[in-house]
Each structure stands twice: as structure tokens, then as C-alpha cells.
Design a protein around this ligand. Structure first.
Ligand SMILES: Nc1ncnc2c1ncn2[C@@H]1O[C@H](COP(=O)(O)OP(=O)(O)OP(=O)(O)O)[C@@H](O)[C@H]1O
Ligand SMILES: [Mg+2]
Length: 416
């Protein structure tokens, strides 16, 4: 009923305005136009008729105003058709559907995430020393891939190749920290024994040992779909395990063997590391230092020759080649490690608190070990040389220390 009134009022109002405009024009004509015009005669006759039927005219005018006022009131109390944000027709959705459910569904849709790749690259470079090109390339790749909304495949499958102890696993950890994602670290050398290895990661079929729990990888992806999955020394895993990963990467899900459930892998980032083809990759990274595409292509060939299955290599989105640490980068990694170790003993390090002689000795030691030396040797050497003196510093109640070299021995002293 109110809707009918509204419709009537909205139609009558413009007509009423036109009628009033016509009355005004004709009155103007009567007063200022030529006398005895047909319009003036018509107007006089109309006024006579209205005077004779005054009650009818009054009733019609009253009805007109009643309809107009009712329509206006109804319009005034009607909820706004549009809300400012996005101009959605919210009242229609409230009336004709369940808007809340619809909004929840929209919120559940995978959202494109745009990250600041410069910020990410700088954060990675400040932690992973001497691998600036890798950090920058990685940040760009992550930015592009996170921004892709429709993917149906993991965010990225990255291969980090290079000599031992150059920061490959460490970069994966730093990446997870910077992206505020959980890291799951799998040492693939532990999954080299065929079907059993696959069942450890992807679950065991009903009736087999272990079928009452989820596999380590399926459980990880079920609980944290957007995790960073680090697969260290990937080539060491059994080919059966590789096959399962290919499904995860190609189809965008892994199947848990115990209950047959499909678990999405589309939000995860897979980081594979390898020491394979280190020398060849090293030579290639020098030859194609300025040609990323050619480096990637030839690196894949080198990894193929080193025994990587082509179907695995085909699925890898990008190969990042790590450089061996050299020169001041060795000193930087050593200094960082010393800082971590001092903090590990709940002590602080004074500014400028590492004697340069300590770092110089470490660099020379590393050079003596040659190209085969990894930062692990460095860490071991650091630990051996400073652990005891840090323990006694702690016992003496020092809070902030500096490290000095005295006759080839490192000593922790209280900093003023
Ligand atoms: N480039 C680097 N910058 C900073 N720290 C580093 C770097 N490389 C190594 N380190 C330190 O050495 C540790 C061991 O390095 P990491 O495990 O990343 O080596 P890797 O390249 O994965 O070697 P591997 O191939 O033997 O697994 C790291 O946890 C980190 O503390
Ligand atoms: Mg590693």
C-alpha cells in the first residue's frame, strides 16, 4: 500500500508542478497579455466551474496533498539505497539474501597480497651476507607471486643451489621470519628409503603402520597452509618422495594417505636447497652474472647433469645460485655470529666491541681452508675461541662485554 502511494506521489508531484507552472503563465497572460484572448476566456470559464463545484475541488486538492505527504514521509524513513563505501546496494542484499553470509564468503576468497619488495630485499640483505643478487631476485619473485590471486599452484617453488655454508638454509629461515610465516624444515636426507619415507611425509594408507596419524608434511600444510616449507638437500630424498611433491606442485594439493583428504598447497612457499653441481653453478654464476635468464637456463642444465630428474627441474620456478663467501663478507658473517653467541649467553656486546684482529684471524683461517671451507667451519671456530671466556664473563656478573685478542687468545672484558 505504502509503495503504491509512493509511486503515485512520485508520479503526481511533477504533474502538479507542471500544472502550477501553467496556472502562473496563464495568470501572467491575463494581466499583461491582450484582452479578450482565448486563454483569458478559458481561464474565466474554468474559475466559474471551480466556484460552482468548490467542494469537489477542495476534496481533490486535499487528496493530492495527502498522497504527496504520505509518499514524502515514506521516502524519508526508507533506509539509504547506497552506502558510501563501494556504493553497494546494501538494502537489497539485506532484503533478498543473507548479506552477512555473502560478505563472509567474499572475505574467505584468497586475496592478492602486495608486499614491498625493496623492504623485503633490504631485510634479507641485512641478514644474509654476500648474497645481494639472490636476496633482490627472491624478493621480486615473492612480490610477483603473492600478488597473483588465481594461481592453483604454490606461491613459489624455489631452488637454492651453491656451496655448503653460504646461507641457503639461513635465507629460507630469514624469508619466513620477514614474511611472518611459519617455517617447516625437512632434512631430505632422512627420507631416502622409498615407500616408508613417503609415508612419513604424506601419511600411511589404512592398515599400515602410522596410518593413525597424519604425515609430517600433510599435517604441516593442514595446520599452516601458508607456511614456508624448507626441503634441505632435496636431491637426497627417494624418487617416490619426489613424485609426491610433484603432485603437490602441479595440482595444488597433497593427498593424505590415511584418510584420502586433499590438502591445499597453493598458499605455501617451497624452498629446496642443494649442494649438487656446486662447481658448475659457480662458474655459470660468474659467466652470466648479468644475465639472470641465461643463468637460470644453464643452471637447470647443470642440475640435470648432476642427476636431478627433469620433471622436478621443470616444476621449479626459479634457481638461485649462491656465491662462496669471500673477503670482508667472511668478517661480516663472523661478526654476526659472535654477536648471536654473546646474546645467547644473555650478555650484550659493546659498540665496536670486537677486536678487528679476531676477525682478521678468522678470515685468514678461512682462506687457508680454501674454497671447500664453509661458514659452518667458521661457526665452529668462533664457538671454540669465545665460549669459555663468555662463560667466565657471565660468572663475573658482566652485563656488556667487548672481545679483545691477547697473544692469540680471545678474552671477553667488561665494557665501561
Ligand atoms: N651468507 C650468510 N650470511 C649470514 N650468515 C651466514 C651466511 N652463510 C652462512 N651463515 C651462517 O652459517 C650458518 C649455516 O649456514 P646455512 O645452513 O644457511 O648454510 P647452507 O648454505 O644451507 O649450507 P649447506 O648446503 O651445507 O646446508 C647459518 O645459520 C648462519 O648463521
Ligand atoms: Mg643448508
Amino acid at each position: 500500500m505504502t509503495r503504491a502511494l509512493t509511486a503515485l506521489a512520485t508520479r503526481v508531484m511533477p504533474l502538479a508542478f507542471v500544472a502550477m507552472a501553467m496556472v502562473s503563465v496563464s495568470q501572467f497572460w491575463i494581466q499583461h497579455g491582450p484582452k479578450q484572448s482565448t486563454i483569458a476566456a478559458f481561464y474565466d470559464r474554468s474559475i466559474d466551474t471551480m466556484q460552482q463545484h468548490a467542494w469537489v475541488v477542495l476534496a481533490l486538492t486535499g487528496l493530492f496533498w495527502a498522497v504527496a505527504i504520505a509518499g514524502w514521509l515514506h521516502e524519508k524513513n526508507r533506509p539509504p539505497l547506497r552506502i558510501e563505501n563501494g556504493g553497494l546496494l546494501m538494502d537489497i542484499l539485506d532484503r533478498l539474501t543473507n548479506r552477512q553470509v555473502l560478505e563472509n564468503k567474499i572475505a574467505e576468497e584468497p586475496q592478492a597480497i602486495v608486499i614491498d619488495s625493496d623492504k623485503l630485499a633490504n631485510a634479507l640483505k641485512s641478514k644474509v651476507i654476500g648474497q645481494d643478487a639472490v636476496c633482490e631476485d627472491m624478493a621480486q619473485q615473492i612480490r610477483r607471486r603473492l600478488a597473483l590471486k588465481q594461481r592453483g599452484k604454490p606461491v613459489g617453488i624455489f631452488m637454492l643451489a651453491g656451496p655448503p655454508g653460504t646461507g641457503k638454509s639461513y635465507l629460507a629461515k630469514c624469508l619466513a621470519t620477514e614474511l611472518q610465516k611459519k617455517l617447516f624444515h625437512f632434512d631430505m636426507t632422512q627420507f631416502s628409503s622409498g615407500a616408508y619415507a613417503a609415508s612419513q611425509l604424506f601419511g600411511a594408507a589404512k592398515g599400515y603402520v602410522g596410518s593413525d596419524t597424519y604425515g609430517k608434511l600433510t599435517a604441516a600444510l593442514r595446520d599452516t597452509p601458508d607456511a614456508v616449507i624448507l626441503l634441505d638437500e632435496f636431491e637426497k630424498a627417494h624418487s617416490e618422495v619426489h613424485k609426491n611433491f610433484l603432485t603437490a606442485w602441479n595440482d595444488g594439493f597433497v593427498t593424505e594417505a590415511s584418510d584420502g583428504k586433499q590438502i591445499s598447497s597453493t598458499e605455501a612457499i617451497f624452498v629446496l636447497t642443494t649442494n649438487a653441481a656446486t662447481d658448475a653453478l659457480q662458474a655459470l654464476s660468474e659467466t652470466y652474472a648479468n644475465d639472470v635468464d641465461e643463468l637460470r637456463r644453464s643452471s637447470i642444465n647443470a642440475l640435470h647433469e648432476a642427476g636431478f630428474a627433469p620433471e622436478v627441474l621443470n616444476r621449479i620456478d626459479r634457481v638461485f645460485v649462491f656465491k662462496p663467501l669471500s673477503g670482508l663478507d667472511i668478517a661480516r658473517v663472523t661478526a654476526l655470529e659472535i654477536e648471536v653467541m654473546i646474546k645467547g649467553y644473555d650478555l650484550d656486546i659493546a659498540e665496536g666491541g670486537i677486536d678487528p684482529d679476531i676477525l682478521f684471524d678468522m678470515m685468514k683461517r678461512q682462506q687457508r681452508l680454501g674454497m671447500g671451507a664453509s661458514s659452518r667451519d667458521l661457526l665452529r671456530a668462533v664457538e671454540e675461541s669465545i665460549a669459555d671466556t663468555l662463560i667466565s664473563a657471565k660468572q663475573k656478573g658482566y652485563k656488556t662485554v667487548k672481545l679483545v685478542a691477547r697473544d692469540g687468545v680471545v678474552k671477553a672484558e667488561a665494557a665501561q
